[in-house]
Ligand binder design. Sequence first.
Ligand code: DQA
Length: 147
Amino acid sequence: MAITILVVNGPNLNMLGSRETDIYGHGTLDELMAGVVAHAESRGATVRHLQSNVEGDLVEAIQAAGDGSADGVVLNAGALTHYSIALRDAIAAVDVPVVETHLSNVYAREDFRHTSAVAAVCVGVITGFGATSYRLAVDALIDLLGD
Ligand code: DQA
């Protein structure tokens, strides 16, 4: 059966294209997700995606993945990455692999971005490759789930 991957984008990622373009580039979230969907399809996987500025929506999306709505999760939690214990607990509570994913290299930025509340309960972290970060995360999940 085809692998279903949920891509979860957190706060302010709806503003891609106009937000801090020197860091995040000029591509919009719609363009980013279209590329991820096409890449997953080329590998025989299905991608669903959502974006929310609300922490609880991300928690519920992770919980739903744990209930079977997805086989794996690509998570760009935005700033919530750096402090959301609720998101960490949600990831720890489900038996679904989650890849922490970032467009920018968070370790080349401000100190507060060097801390992740979620990394320790994720299967891995991909950071700094722009749109390619998402495709790498999809590839990692396909390889992991296909074994
Ligand atoms: C981000 C990095 C975070 O530190 C920041 O708060 C974001 C985007 C990234 O994709 O590079 O909103 O997750």
